[in-house]
Design a binder for this molecule. Structure first.
Ligand code: FE2
Length: 127
């Protein structure tokens, strides 16, 4: 089982020291807070905020997954060079239909060199 780097478990002190390293590997779930039952809506997952991640042949973001609690909803896979071998904030948009109950979305991302990273949870209220 690989170590999972989770946003909530990283100490504040560690965040300051390794700010760029942590930022470029952290997936973020971006979508509206409330959706109507049965409505199709977009969920963006974006890697990092301030720092881009490399897109080298041996070091790149290879997988982004979208989860609702323990259920895998969707995933996107990448090969090296998709971002022109230039550092970038990898992002993908998934379209899903709101179920009958509220969701707790999160994202997982895999860097070929630095392992598995988990976002903070994003609560989505279904009305
Ligand atoms: Fe990395």
């Amino acid at each position: 089982m690989p170590r999972v780097f989770k946003a909530l478990e990283i100490e504040k002190e560690e965040k300051e020291i390794k700010r760029d390293y942590l930022d470029r590997h952290m997936p973020h779930v971006i979508c509206q807070d409330k959706v109507r039952r049965g409505e199709k809506f977009a969920v963006k997952v974006k890697m990092g905020d301030d720092y881009p991640h490399p897109d080298d042949h041996d070091h790149y973001i290879t997988l982004i997954q979208l989860w609702n609690r323990e259920t895998l909803l969707a995933e996107a896979r990448y090969t090296a060079g998709v971002y022109g071998n230039l550092p970038s904030n990898v992002e993908v948009e998934f379209y899903i239909v709101a179920p009958d109950v509220s969701m707790n979305l999160s994202a997982m991302a895999v860097c070929t060199k630095h392992g598995l990273w988990q976002s903070e949870d994003k609560a989505v209220q279904v009305m």
